[in-house]
Design a protein around this ligand. Structure first.
Ligand code: SF4
Ligand code: SF4
Ligand code: FES
Length: 324
């Protein structure tokens, strides 16, 4: 029997391939990932997002393709007629485990979504086998690291990207100890959305890091504070300052938050805003990824210009507008 996987925005012709022994038909132009998802196969991804161009940076989505010497990234490889794909072979599991172990041993994944924690369990990830973590960067060392000069951590410890959080403005923070170098923020800041190019990957190898030009603080950089990079960051490395401060204070409580859709009041484009509200205060603003106008992107006004709602002089201590 042939299962049919759907993918929006594709042509009407279909291609049929075999995934884990099952015949699957997808619209021509679909990726292997879309074919897998269409038939309910949960494939981990880090650098992939529907709204961004695939960059094949993380390799956690790899699958085995009959006739191919190497594993192929499911997120970028187009489905072709007659392909025979295996998503859960020993080779695939081993490769995903290694990628996850290298990340989990060097990056703080504690704010990553639940499905990432699930993958760590599914692939039996043992980051501790790389040794205990080396001492964190005191601040700025990774920004100054010379290209291509990797020095192994001392005493057989695991090298990490641990470093202090960069807090240099009132809108968002950069906590690169949580950065998995998925490139999503770079893409969102570049040609995929914002075309501002305020951030890029600097350095090579283990010293590769996301950086502004010459590691200049954000207020001195080309950043226009659209926050579209925060919207795509999968690990909490880029975060609203409001969320960062509340997490530090121990008051961030996502299960208690409500999310309300509204329309940005600032201009005629009318972007959809999702207000995340806790204790009657807006704590951050997002926009739905599947909105066909904005694709999750906003400008500085929609993303950050909401303090006026709760900072009026006549607001009571709970943030409510006092009755006249
Ligand atoms: S806030 Fe916008 S302009 Fe600034 S780094 Fe992020 S994506 Fe680029
Ligand atoms: S800051 Fe976030 S979005 Fe950017 S590369 Fe790191 S993990 Fe990815
Ligand atoms: S999700 Fe496919 S390479 Fe990163």
């Amino acid at each position: 029997m042939t299962a049919t996987a759907t993918a929006s925005g594709r042509g009407t012709r279909t291609v049929t391939l075999t995934i884990d022994g099952e015949s699957v038909s997808v619209p021509e132009g679909s990726t292997i990932l879309e074919a897998c998802r269409g038939v309910g196969i949960d494939t981990p991804t880090f650098c992939y997002l529907e709204t961004l161009t695939p960059v094949n940076a993380c390799r956690v989505c790899v699958v085995e393709l009959e006739g191919s010497r190497v594993l192929v990234p499911a997120c970028a490889r187009k489905a072709e007629p007659g392909m025979v794909v295996r998503t859960d072979s020993e080779r695939v599991r081993q490769s995903r485990k290694m990628v996850l172990e290298l990340l989990a041993s060097s990056v703080d994944l504690s704010y990553a979504p639940d499905d990432v924690q699930g993958y760590l369990t599914r692939y039996d990830v043992e980051p501790e086998r790389f040794g205990s973590p080396a001492a964190p960067d005191a601040g700025g060392e990774r920004d100054r690291a010379a290209t291509g000069r990797h020095h192994a951590a001392p005493d057989g410890r695991a090298a990490t990207v641990a470093q202090p959080v960069k807090v240099d403005n009132e809108l968002y923070v950069r906590d690169y100890a949580r950065c998995i170098l998925c490139y999503k923020c770079v893409e969102a800041c570049g040609v995929d959305a914002q075309n501002t190019f305020a951030i890029a990957v600097a350095g090579r190898g283990f010293e590769a890091r996301i950086s502004t030009e010459f590691a200049t603080p954000l207020p001195d950089s080309a950043c226009v504070y659209c926050g579209n990079c925060i919207a795509v960051c999968p690990t909490g490395a880029l975060m609203f300052k409001s969320e960062h401060d509340m997490r530090r204070a121990g008051t961030w409580d996502e299960p208690r938050q409500t999310v309300t859709d509204t329309i940005c009041p600032y201009c005629g484009v009318g972007c959809t805003l999702q207000l995340h509200v806790q204790d009657n205060r807006i704590v951050k603003v997002t926009s739905p990824l599947d909105h066909d106008v904005t694709l999750g992107n906003l400008c500085i006004k929609g993303r950050f210009g909401w303090q006026f709602v709760q900072n009026r002089a006549d607001n009571g201590p709970d943030g409510r507008v006092a009755q006249q």
